[in-house]
Design a protein around this ligand. Structure first.
Ligand code: FEO
Length: 669
């Protein structure tokens, strides 16, 4: 029986889930399954976008026939020839002999390779920028080589403001009835599998992903339709933000990945001790046994974490096999820009450290710590100092600095239920506050500047508004209650950094504070640099364009100090550091709120600052003096640019896609 879902009034998802596939591409375990997405447009002409894997062809063909409801299939657009999407092309083309294939020249070549059927009169070739109309809908085509194969292209539907993105923005995981990303708590439940999908499937091709993101930034996009996983119709900027990090090999978080390979537990013991020392110092650690956890999960976290520690025993005069496989996998996925520490073990001739270093040494931006720890069979007491030293070096770079000075503790103030001190409201001004809440035992907080008293009777009523993309906004929605700590003029900039310039999705903002003051509702408040705290129960919300407005009754209010409230203008004039002009500026966009710098000429229309969550309108475009263009050659397959004044050498091979000189064209950049 058919199983379909509407994306819009005239676009229908006709794909299918596969929950029995043990290994995607024969190598990546998919315990949560995978979806193969295919979309059918019912316009004046009917258009099918891609097909599905052969494992689910039955329900797919039923879906297609049901939704066509007797109409012919006029067009089949092929974005990607990998068989997880293309295996059923032949079946579709046989069933619908009137259908014309729309594809590019490389796809046409691969079609003939996979399916020896005569399609000579049924193919309409398109290239970058070509357009096509199915009636009400107008399409243009965007070439996306190496995302994830060289033939990949995307289609933009200007009528629906919809981009069909092939593998890009896909995830592992079956849809399980949910089609849209906003039908799940994507960044809690699904982002790990999205990261594992991206890093393992497309991670090697960061420059090509960046190239297509630049093209996509010029499009007005309301819907993103990938070939795996969820359709995006809201909050796509949050996901795009992850792609910007992953594809530019920028870590998502300051943390340490420890991966160890241990035969009898001695190397594991050293890794455990290092992890314990790091955690004591407030460093976030993600830890894996390479003999237990499949490499795809560890590769994924290697893209997530800023610092990597590999610990392995020597084996066959090399390195233990599961570590060797992992490191080759990381190298094959082109990970860059990480700091790496190595721990080797060997009972007579330790070689694992040298081999591990060699495997990773060819990667761009990989920096090794001098402290290579070499164990002889087992960690001994004398070497504990070496573990401590490594932990200290890592912690110096990673441990968040405490915001609250232990030398200036605040007087603990107990806010009793029902105490509403009217004087607390006198502290409100156009100022800055810390909004806090608690969900499932975890604390969240962010900076706001919108608390305002709107009712003086009883109960007292306040409003606050919070940027919708802000994680604390979601948490206040869930909790239905919050505290507002009204900040004072002596609040340090580090407090604004802590609560305003990082996301509770990624870090625990209270991880290392020295206080745990809570009002009677169980929610934390900020006891220092705060002159009053209000505890509130949400009674109404109103969704604005970028903000969520909360109307709330004040159930407790307390004055903490007589220090003057910090106004928004005081913060900008006296607390926020002044910008230093960069000595060598690249073209970039600078966030006027927090100073975050986005490097590049184009800032996507829906870009959201990863630090403070403000949108594109709050960015300033900085254009340095134009540099003279550089002559060279561009790879027609993957887009790699090779600077070169004369001729490319006859035996030149593209460092990314390995195609030869014949596939290069002269270009300037
Ligand atoms: Fe989902 Fe590259 O195929």
């Amino acid at each position: 029986m058919y199983c379909t879902r509407k994306v819009t009034d005239d676009l229908i998802w006709v794909g299918a889930d596969d929950r029995r596939l043990p290994f995607f591409e024969g190598v990546y375990g998919v315990p949560d399954g995978v979806s193969y997405n295919s979309y059918l447009l019912l316009d004046e002409k009917t258009v099918l976008f891609d097909t599905v894997d052969k494992a689910v062809y039955g329900v797919f063909l039923e879906n297609l026939a049901h939704e066509l409801n007797g109409r012919p299939l006029d067009y089949l657009v092929i974005h990607h020839m990998e068989p997880d999407h293309a295996a059923t092309l032949e079946l579709v083309l046989q069933r619908y002999p009137e259908a014309t294939v729309i594809c590019n020249a490389k796809i046409k070549t691969m079609l003939a390779q996979f399916f020896p059927m005569d399609l000579s009169n049924r193919i309409q070739l398109v290239k970058e920028g070509d357009s096509f109309s199915s009636g009400r809908h107008s399409f243009s085509f965007v070439m996306a080589p190496m995302v994830h194969w060289p033939e990949v292209m995307m289609t933009y539907d200007a009528t629906a403001k919809m981009l069909f993105t092939a593998d890009a923005f896909g995830t592992f995981g079956a849809l399980n009835g949910r089609l849209f990303a906003d039908e799940v708590d994507f960044f809690s439940e699904c982002v790990d599998e999205a990261r594992r999908y991206y890093t393992n499937i497309v991670g090697k091709y960061g420059p090509q992903v960046q190239a297509v993101l630049k093209k996509a930034a010029k499009l007005d996009i309301d819907y993103v339709c990938p070939l795996h996983g969820f359709v995006w119709r809201s909050h796509f900027g949050d996901y795009l933000e992850k792609y910007m990090l992953w594809s530019s090999y920028v870590p998502e978080e300051k943390s340490v990945l420890i991966a160890y390979a241990s035969v009898y537990g001695h190397t594991e013991n050293a890794a455990n001790i290092l992890a314990a020392r790091l955690c004591e110092k407030g460093v976030k650690v993600r830890m894996y046994d390479t003999s237990v956890t499949p490499a795809s999960y560890i590769v994924s976290d290697a893209f997530r974490c800023s610092h990597l520690v590999f610990a392995a025993t020597t084996y066959n005069a090399g390195v233990f096999v599961t570590m060797e496989n992992l490191l080759h996998d990381i190298a094959a996925h082109n990970l860059q820009n990480r700091k790496v520490a190595l721990i080797e073990n060997g009972s007579w001739a330790a070689t694992s450290g040298k081999v591990m270093g060699e495997i990773l040494s060819g990667l761009k931006g990989i920096e090794f710590y001098d402290q290579k720890i070499s164990l002889k069979s087992a960690l001994n007491v004398a070497q504990m100092g070496e573990i401590d030293a490594l932990a200290n070096v890592l912690a110096d770079e990673l441990a968040p600095r405490p915001v609250v000075s232990a030398s200036a503790p605040a007087a603990a103030v107990e806010v009793k239920a029902g105490d509403v001190d009217k004087k607390a409201f006198n502290k409100l001004c156009y100022g800055v506050e810390v909004l806090t809440t608690n969900v499932d035992g975890r604390d969240y907080g962010c900076i706001i500047n919108t608390a305002c008293q709107v009712g003086s009777g009883d109960p007292k009523v306040v409003t606050i508004s919070v940027i919708k993309k802000n994680h604390t906004c979601d948490m206040v929605m869930k909790a239905g209650r919050f505290n507002v700590s009204i900040l004072t003029e002596d609040a340090p900039y580090s407090l604004f950094q802590r609560f305003g310039f990082q996301s509770g999705r990624d870090v625990d903002k209270f991880a290392d504070v020295s206080y745990d003051d809570r009002s009677a509702n169980g929610i934390r408040y900020i006891p220092e640099f705060t002159n009053a705290v209000l505890s509130c129960e949400v009674v109404e919300t109103r969704e604005l364009e970028t903000q969520m407005l909360f109307i709330a009754n004040v159930v407790e209010a307390k004055v903490l100090s007589s220090a003057p409230s910090c106004t928004y203008s005081y913060y900008h004039a006296h607390i926020k550091p002044k910008k230093n002009p960069a000595p060598e500026q690249k073209e970039c966009w600078v966030c006027k709120v927090c100073g975050y710098v986005f490097e590049g000429a184009e800032l996507p229309a829906d870009f959201v600052c990863p630090l403070c969550k403000h949108g594109r309108d709050d960015f300033e475009h900085v254009v340095p003096n134009a540099k003279p263009k550089q002559k060279g050659y561009v790879c027609n397959i993957c887009g790699h640019f090779e600077p070169c004044e004369g001729e490319l050498p006859a035996d030149y091979v593209c460092p990314l896609c390995k195609h030869g000189r014949d596939d290069f064209s002269p270009a300037e950049q």
